[in-house]
Ligand binder design. Structure first.
Ligand SMILES: [Cu+2]
Length: 93
């Protein structure tokens, strides 16, 4: 039920076929608790394939990532955080 809003209709999928489709996701990153961690995220996640924009917020331990849906997925991004020793969870709205 919760996912219903994210299902694209076939018509929409076709219309956006040739366009770059971007998505923004907010991750809650456990372990990102100081400036060094923020730098680590900025240096690594920002260069992950498909990532076009990244914004870290230290007080809330969240990272807002904008990515191209044709290049990467939310799961791959979470895996990238894991690779640098951080646990990232998608923030539920
Ligand atoms: Cu730290």
């Amino acid at each position: 039920m919760l996912c219903a809003g994210f299902v694209f209709s076939p018509a929409f999928a076709q219309a956006s076929k040739k366009k770059e489709t971007k998505e923004t996701v907010t991750f809650v990153v456990k372990g990102m608790d100081c400036e060094n961690c923020v730098k680590k995220v900025e240096k690594n996640i920002a260069f992950e394939k498909g990532v076009t924009d990244l914004k870290c917020e230290l007080p809330s331990q969240t990272v807002k990532v904008t990515y191209r849906t044709d290049k990467t997925t939310e799961k791959k991004l979470a895996a990238a955080f894991k690779k640098i020793g951080m646990e990232a969870e998608t923030k539920t709205k």
